[in-house]
Unconditional design. Structure first.
Length: 197
């Protein structure tokens, strides 16, 4: 990592370089490995991701939001602590959350997602107010007017419309559609608040 990041800096010295790491979930659940992956002087800032469903923290058929939030807050705090140890900023490079009942279609409810987004954005707001080294967060992802073209919602070769979800996942699984008004309102509210900081 050090060698590759150093090479990038040698040919693009003003380019910010990072790992794209999920954090400890991407380093065998080992925070020391996460720290090692980011300690190179050529790694300009740290990254981590947040995927409650993928990591087994949340199940749509048995939603335990308090447990999900607890694990999220812990993961969030652990990675901000690592960033402070390295004196680097950290970005929650991506986080996503499924629609209620793990549905994919636009117009299906987003109650749990909205609750989770509010929680994560509040973590952001609190970290900023406390002067923590959080550089920002990115939700996954903007599906806009994209819609699944197959009945099973899985992308197939030849499909020309895309959502934010990768081909290996159901199209719409984590996408924010242009019709998700409540989610969009939450994103806009916190974006405006963060911009003021």
């Amino acid at each position: 990592m050090d060698e590759t990041a150093g090479f990038i800096h040698s040919i693009a010295p003003k380019q910010l370089v990072t790992t794209g790491s999920e954090g400890s979930k991407g380093t065998l659940n080992n925070l020391d490995y996460t720290l090692q992956a980011h300690q190179s002087k050529y790694i300009d800032y740290m990254t981590f991701h947040m995927w409650p469903k993928n990591w087994g923290w949340y199940k749509a058929d048995n939603p335990e939001m308090e447990k999900t939030k607890e694990k999220t807050a812990q993961y969030f705090a652990e990675h901000l602590d690592l960033a402070q140890k390295l004196n680097k900023s950290i970005v929650m490079e991506e986080f996503g959350f499924v629609r209620d009942g793990e549905k994919y279609a636009p117009g299906t409810p987003t109650t749990a997602r909205d609750e989770y987004y509010k929680f994560v954005f509040q973590l952001l707001k609190d970290a900023m107010q406390e002067g923590k080294p959080l550089g920002g967060i990115n939700f996954w992802g903007w599906g806009g007017e994209g819609r699944a073209q197959q009945k099973d919602a899985m992308w197939k070769p030849g499909d020309i419309i895309y959502t934010a979800d990768p081909y290996s996942e159901a199209q719409g699984l984590n996408s924010i559609f242009d019709t998700d008004k409540s989610t969009l309102q939450i994103i806009a509210q916190y974006a405006h608040e963060a911009a003021k900081k």
